[in-house]
Design a protein around this ligand. Structure first.
Ligand code: ATP
Ligand code: MG
Length: 287
């Protein structure tokens, strides 16, 4: 049991590291289905009747359509297994769309050079991956073109100054294996700093479900505002403030979008949304 859990953890870590590397300029080998067009994103990202299955015939996303205008924030909510993370993964180009299209300013994502596309994206996963190494390197992922000064600025913007000041070695302090010597909340903030340092135009975030203490929660709230300011964002939301801030909320149920609108509209029109907010988000807020 213990061993299989460890193996699963290791596999998950490698998958996450691979994604981090894919999102930076380091080469990876599995871009076999990548296109060649240089992505231009001035207007909108559009999911147009997108269908997707991990296993043939077992549709996980069924006819998903929505638009993210540049500079807007879209929140995805819904029960576990409804397809939120899958939607986010498709936008990163981790899997090819089976039916329908994802369009960036009208050009199919499948025709894009994925490496160029991913340079625009700051991906913040549910399970933040930190590797053994300094905080500095965890933020810039060994990309020397990102100066220490820039990392320091990103650290300040995400409200990690106090945390860093307490460490004798500052941003050069080493993180233990899997970041065991930092809290869940601090890990999240380090991953925000990473997205800032890489100057991502599009922030894709799968919010962590784990509850954190109210003080760190308040910090995350402020940091998120700083991180998302002026950016285009797709956020799988588990926090109430994330849905309150969203320009549009999409409610996922069994691979379909069954309700959409702003928070107040959905509270009026969608009993399932109402229930989700009461059960899930308010509970998280209280903890
Ligand atoms: N890599 C995978 N291979 C096969 N099936 C998968 C894979 N990832 C997810 N699934 C399945 O696809 C469906 C949608 O999963 P997804 O992770 O998108 O849900 P979610 O809405 O993000 O759920 P949660 O709120 O629990 O994170 C689920 O039935 C899940 O079991
Ligand atoms: Mg998920």
């Amino acid at each position: 049991m213990q061993i299989s859990e460890n193996v699963m953890q290791i596999q998950r870590s490698f998958a996450s590291l691979k994604r981090i590397l894919e999102l930076t300029e380091l080469p990876t080998e599995d871009d076999t289905y990548t296109g060649t067009k240089i992505p231009v994103f001035e207007q909108e990202i559009k999911f147009e009747n997108v269908w997707f299955a991990y296993k043939e015939g077992e549709w996980v996303l069924k006819d998903i359509s929505f638009t993210i205008p540049k500079g807007k924030k879209i929140a995805l909510v819904g029960p576990s297994g409804s397809g939120k993370t899958t939607t986010v993964s498709l936008l990163c180009g981790f899997y090819p769309v089976e039916k329908g299209r994802i369009l960036i300013d009208g050009v199919p994502l499948s025709e894009m050079d994925f490496r160029e596309w991913r340079k625009k994206i700051g991906l913040i996963l549910q399970d933040v991956y930190l590797f053994p190494g300094s905080i500095l390197e965890n933020v810039r992922v060994y990309n020397d073109q990102i100066s220490e000064d820039k990392v320091q600025k990103a650290i300040s913007i995400v409200q990690l100054d106090d945390f860093i000041k307490k460490l004798p070695e500052g941003i050069n302090a080493e993180l233990a294996e899997r970041g065991q010597n930092v809290s869940q909340g601090e890990k999240q903030l380090i991953s925000f700093a990473r997205a800032l340092a890489f100057e991502a135009e599009i922030i894709i975030m799968d919010e962590a479900t784990a509850s954190i203490d109210p003080q760190t929660e308040a910090k995350i709230q402020r940091s998120m505002e700083n991180l998302l300011s002026g950016k285009t964002a797709l956020v799988v939301a588990h926090r109430l403030t994330s849905v309150l801030d969203a320009d549009e909320i999409l409610y996922f149920s069994d691979g379909r979008i069954t309700a959409r609108g702003k928070h107040n509209e959905l509270l009026q029109t969608s009993p399932e949304y109402q229930k989700l907010v009461e059960l899930q988000m308010l509970k998280v807020q209280d903890e």
